[in-house]
Ligand binder design. Structure first.
Ligand code: G3P
Ligand code: CA
Length: 231
């Protein structure tokens, strides 16, 4: 039987639509993602979906999202007239059609994200439809125990297994350059899923599938779907 590989739309479908926008998430779901991935920062007591702490790269504004006023944030164009969405708006859009991987970028996001996801599960959502991840392992350890945690590494440290166990990780979310079949097998033996980011070329996607990853983040999630079906 073919191994089930989780297809994760990176910042939605970043290769096709402005990243981390409603259009991007909507398109990622149309492409057949199992999960969408997004990044969150706090500002004015709200969780905004944006990758950088500065709004400069992805919008027509400037400044740090945490210090801009709500009115200033709401005026920004995140591409093609799209606004910077709030996490609750994305959860409403998704509404069980796929899973959501929330990456905690800003400090102080673990608790409000957990609160929002707890509201979703009290409304009937499946907790396993959510994965909360972070490069900030301290912040990650504050995520509510109802939710799966993905520990992010851009370089794999020697003590990766202890760190992953320490934060109660469900998955190890690892840069593709760090992936090898040995690491995957070692991690899987310890009970962790291995999710690789960010693979866009068919060749990279094929290599990761053959190495045995459990999931792949891509700006072009349809390419992952295609490669899975041609293996
Ligand atoms: O979660 C995988 C990936 O999104 C981590 O890197 O910089 O794209 O947020 P980055
Ligand atoms: Ca991310």
């Amino acid at each position: 039987m073919r191994k089930q590989i989780i297809v994760i739309g990176h910042r939605g479908a970043k290769g096709y639509q402005p990243e981390n926008t409603m259009a991007s998430f909507d398109y990622a779901m149309k492409l057949g993602c199992d999960f969408i991935e997004l990044d969150v920062h706090m500002s004015s007591g709200k969780l905004f979906v944006i990758h950088d702490s500065e709004v400069d790269r992805t919008t027509n504004g400037t400044g740090n999202i945490a210090t801009l006023s709500l009115a200033e944030i709401e005026k920004l164009d995140a591409g093609n007239g799209e606004k910077i969405p709030e996490l609750r708006e994305v959860l409403n859009l998704v509404s069980g059609r796929c899973g959501v991987n929330v990456e905690l970028k800003g400090i102080g996001t673990a608790e409000p994200v957990s609160d929002l996801l707890n509201i979703a599960i009290s409304g009937g959502a499946d907790p396993s439809d959510y994965l909360v991840s972070s490069f900030n392992h301290k912040e990650l350890s504050l995520v509510h125990k109802n939710f799966r945690r993905g520990i992010l590494f851009d370089k794999l440290p020697a003590d990766w297994a202890d760190r992953s166990t320490g934060v109660g990780a469900w998955s190890i979310n690892l840069a593709k350059s760090q992936i090898s079949s040995e690491i995957i097998q070692h991690a899987q033996k310890k009970g962790f899923k291995v999710l690789a980011y960010t693979a866009n070329s068919p060749n990279d996607i094929r290599t990761l599938i053959r190495a045995g990853v459990d999931g792949i983040f891509s700006d072009f999630p349809d390419r992952v779907v295609k490669q899975i079906h041609t293996q």
